[in-house]
Design a protein around this ligand. Structure first.
Ligand code: SF4
Ligand code: SF4
Length: 286
């Protein structure tokens, strides 16, 4: 099974618009939105949710009111201000960092650690095929583990349905969720735009793909806004073995398509042809 992960060194380069635009082309595949901290592929693909699964990870404290003697030790030792005094004492769940100190110091066994529900993941259908996506709860951590959960579910679904490909909207940046998006992928497609920060981030994300020995390609988005820097980025790609599989000029139709809840290709036949060529270039390299 092939797994193509679309990434960007930073958010806002057009990564998700491009994933949505590529989703409409064959072969049949499972789509996976691994940008779980700020998922937005669903805004264009309008998935119909078939299954909802809870994502439990990490721990949070709870106080059993029947056991609490209101001694105050937990409040005294909690460095995060997550214990509210009273009789009984109470945990403010949105402040709790799950450090476990309160459970350690509590003399009566009233304070204890429990698994925390951090979000949900979904199996859905879209007009371009099945999709696995997720929503991390507000302020929750462990997004890397949720990314791993989404990728595994996408793999399992592709196997169940006999599909040969998973197309992943990866996380932005170079941190844990991106590493979780990339591990063991067949290829990475780096979406970058010709700005100083995006070029810098492209170099960082290339270090990541090189470290994990994942073949990398690049799509240079908004390539006409700074032709000199686009040329520098193309030179960098050539020197580092990154295949430039597409250049997309700045085009307001991407935004107009999103406002209407469409992919760029559905909205404009010229962009459909351009994205179709990019998709073929990607397929030839995986
Ligand atoms: S340490 Fe235990 S008994 Fe004391 S206030 Fe906290 S929960 Fe209650
Ligand atoms: S687990 Fe840590 S952060 Fe949470 S309430 Fe207990 S001491 Fe405070």
């Amino acid at each position: 099974m092939k797994e193509i992960v679309v990434i960007s060194g930073k958010g806002g380069t057009g990564k998700t618009s491009i994933v949505a635009g590529l989703a409409q082309f064959g072969p049949d595949k499972v789509l996976a939105d691994c940008d779980v901290d700020a998922a937005d592929l669903h805004l264009v693909l309008h998935p119909e949710i078939r299954e909802t699964h809870e994502f439990w990870n990490g721990e949070e404290a709870r106080i059993d009111p029947d056991l609490c003697t209101a001694c105050g030790l937990c409040h005294e030792h909690c460095r995060f201000g997550a214990i509210e005094p009273g009789d009984p004492y109470r945990v403010k769940a949105d402040h709790c960092e799950g450090c476990g100190v309160c459970a350690f110091v509590c003399p009566s066994g009233a304070a204890a650690m429990n698994l925390r529900m951090c979000g949900h993941w979904y199996r859905s259908d879209t007009r371009f095929g099945p999709m696995i996506h997720a929503a991390l709860g507000i302020g929750q951590e462990n997004s890397g583990k949720l990314v791993t959960t989404v990728r595994k579910a996408a793999h399992d679904l592709a196997e169940d349905k006999g599909l040969e490909m998973v197309l992943v909207d990866g996380s932005p940046g170079i941190g844990c969720p991106v590493i979780a998006s990339l591990t063991n992928a067949s290829a990475a497609v780096i979406v970058a735009e010709p700005t100083v920060s995006a070029f810098h981030d492209m170099r960082r994300v290339h270090e990541l793909t090189a470290h994990f020995k994942i073949p990398a390609m690049a799509v240079l988005n908004k390539s006409d806004i700074n032709p000199t820097m686009t040329g520098d980025m193309a030179d960098f790609c050539e020197k580092t073995g990154i295949a430039v599989v597409g250049r997309i000029p700045y085009d307001l139709k991407f935004t107009q398509a999103q406002v209407r809840g469409l992919t760029a290709g559905e909205y404009d036949s010229g962009l459909e042809a351009l994205l179709g060529d990019i998709w073929q270039n990607i397929l030839h390299r995986v």
